[in-house]
Ligand binder design. Structure first.
Ligand code: SF4
Length: 437
């Protein structure tokens, strides 16, 4: 039976985190949330950025806008916030002065704060983003968001939780404590922040020297939910955020260009397909239960057979809408010929793509990346069996932005503080070190 932890009793919009009793008893599959942090932007809150149509309607009602005007006013706000990227109510020239003044008095169009931006040699950008504070005890949750530009597309990797409930052993983010789920507004706000930063609004221009797609399309053309967190432990907010991101009158991202990646939360997969209608990716990484139990411990709850059965039942699955199976290449762990053969055998009958991901080492990780010849051999076996098996080029390695490496600076500072405390060094030393890096 699942227990729902109310992580923000003072905030009705906070997203609770469900943690099963069995998992808690097991102790290592899922982590529990810190109980002190409430969620960010929401109706009645400070910023309208990221809100759904219903939330915008509630915000208008709260400042006395008559019900008969809701539809028109929501449409106007929607256009300015999501199509034009407005930052000031004064820009909304098709609304009367009086209403603009009312809106400006009650709300803002503030984005979450960009604490830092790192740009990789390959053009990948990583932002550390601090969400709005929700009270005097909350400094604002921090998450990371990564932009990966290519010539013909720009992919934004967004986070769905602050930290992660799960503890996949190859994943840097998995070592971070779960703080809370992000609200739908906070998920959408990551896209807004990215579009601000790379000039992806009508009339805007990218920063000098920035690498953005040159095909004439949107700079952010694709979204992957592969940042911090397990999206299907935050399904309500992920589905609501996808509705906002894919709305044809605003951010207009095709659902076919939005991919939700799950480690295997089997009971939520059908709902994701039915309600969000997005592409699905599975963090598979192993073809035997005993190994997957270690690499992706949620496998102890939903084993490979259950996971693949849920894949076969994913709504809308077809050759045109394949499931992507992510497979991180770990030297001597999951990269043998027999692993490759077992993989194709397991996926038989599932329209699938297999992404082979060279492992990105992170400080303290116990795994190494497979040798290149091994990856090629593995890829060859998969390819010969009829599956596309691209080897994903590692991106943003120099800024720790690649898959499984997301981890906020706050958490690194906390870890460093713990280490230094153990060594008898005080907090001043921590900040001196932190600022100097
Ligand atoms: S791989 Fe994904 S689900 Fe697993 S610990 Fe990392 S962020 Fe969480």
């Amino acid at each position: 039976m699942a227990t729902v932890l109310d992580i923000a009793k003072r905030n009705p919009n906070a997203a609770p985190v469900a943690v099963s009793d069995a998992a808690r008893a097991a102790g290592f599959i899922e982590k529990t949330a810190e109980l002190t942090v409430a969620a960010g932007a929401a109706p009645g809150g400070a910023s309208l950025v990221g809100l759904t149509r219903d939330q915008l309607k509630d915000s208008l009602a709260a400042i006395g806008v008559p019900e008969r005007e809701f539809k028109m006013r929501v449409a106007q706000l929607w256009h300015w916030i999501y199509f034009r990227g407005a930052r000031d109510f004064a820009e909304m020239t098709n609304m009367g002065k009086e209403l603009r003044a009312k809106l400006a008095a009650a709300y803002t169009l503030a984005r979450p704060q960009v604490v830092s931006e790192q740009v990789s040699k390959d053009g990948t950008r990583k932002w550390l983003i601090r969400m709005a504070s929700t009270g005097p005890l909350d400094k604002g949750a921090e998450i990371e968001c990564v932009y990966i530009p290519e010539v013909d597309r720009g992919t934004l990797c967004v986070s769905s939780q602050v930290g992660c409930t799960l503890t996949c052993s190859f994943c840097h983010t998995g070592t971070q404590r779960l703080v809370r789920n992000l609200t739908s507004a906070e998920i959408v706000a990551q896209l807004i922040v990215a579009r601000d930063a790379i000039g992806d609004w009508p009339g805007a221009t990218p920063p000098e020297g920035a690498f953005v797609p040159s095909d004439g399309g949107r700079f952010v053309s694709n979204i992957v939910f592969m940042g911090m967190g397990e999206p299907l432990y935050n399904t309500d907010n992920v589905v609501a955020a996808i509705d906002v991101m894919s709305d044809g009158e605003g951010l207009t991202l095709s659902r076919r260009r939005i991919t939700v990646s799950t480690s295997g939360v089997v009971p939520q997969m059908e709902r994701l397909g039915a309600e969000a209608n997005t592409m699905l990716a599975i963090s598979l990484h192993a073809v035997r239960d005993e190994l997957r139990d270690e690499l992706v411990p949620i496998n102890r709850k939903y084993d490979i057979k259950q996971l693949l059965d849920a894949c076969r039942a994913y709504p809308g699955l077809s050759n045109a809408r394949r499931i992507t199976f992510e497979y991180v290449m770990l030297k001597g762990v999951n990269d043998s010929d027999s692993d490759a053969r077992k993989l194709v055998q397991l996926l038989k009958g599932i329209p699938a793509k297999i992404n082979l991901i060279p492992f990105n080492p992170w400080p303290g990780s116990k795994y190494e990346c497979s040798d290149w010849e091994r990856i090629e051999r593995f890829s060859e076996i998969v390819y010969r069996a009829g599956y596309a098996s691209p080897v994903r080029t590692p991106r943003g390695r120099d800024i720790l932005a690649a898959c499984g490496q997301l981890k906020s600076e706050t958490e690194k500072l906390r870890a460093r503080a713990r280490m230094m405390a153990e060594q008898g060094i005080g907090a001043e030393g921590v900040y001196a070190v932190g600022n100097g890096e």
